[in-house]
Design a protein around this ligand. Structure first.
Ligand SMILES: [Zn+2]
Length: 150
């Protein structure tokens, strides 16, 4: 599929499966400002709640950021925007199942390494470096032992 067609497909699927609607509701409820992004993603700027601690997170085709849309659309942030846009693609495929699947992946990554991202399937697929995660961390010693025993 060409990149352009994939962007349109992603936008249509996240609209149809309700995840973009959830992102827009969250943006409205928290009074962030919704702006046009790039390649069919929307940017909700000015997130003020303390959680999650990241500078950006994505719900459907809505990237929610503590900063401004200009900040995220700047050339220096192209990798971060691409990372968040890949999460929008994951929502396109999984729909609302993304949430439980993502939290299980976060839990596993945290248990194994102490980082929510490093061993998280979805963060790895979206690009660890692009998302600002370390590219690898050692497994915790007890996890290492459990796997060595097998
Ligand atoms: Zn991410």
């Amino acid at each position: 599929m060409s990149p352009r067609r994939w962007h349109v497909t992603r936008t249509v699927l996240t609209a149809a499966n309700g995840t973009t609607g959830a992102g827009l509701l969250l943006a409205l409820a928290t009074r962030t400002k919704i702006r046009r992004g790039r390649d069919g993603v929307l940017i909700a700027e000015g997130w003020k709640l303390p959680m999650p601690p990241a500078s950006c997170f994505t719900v459907g085709s809505v990237i929610i950021t503590r900063r401004s849309a200009e900040w995220l659309l700047a050339e220096e942030r192209a990798a971060l925007l691409a990372h968040e846009s890949r999460h929008a693609g994951q929502y396109a495929v999984l729909g609302p199942l993304f949430w439980p699947a993502y939290w299980v992946a976060c839990g596993w990554s945290y248990v194994a390494t102490g980082s929510f991202g490093v061993r998280n399937y979805f963060e790895r697929r979206a690009g660890l470096r692009d998302g600002g995660y370390p590219e690898d961390l050692p497994l915790r010693p007890w996890v290492e032992r459990v796997f060595r025993r097998r």
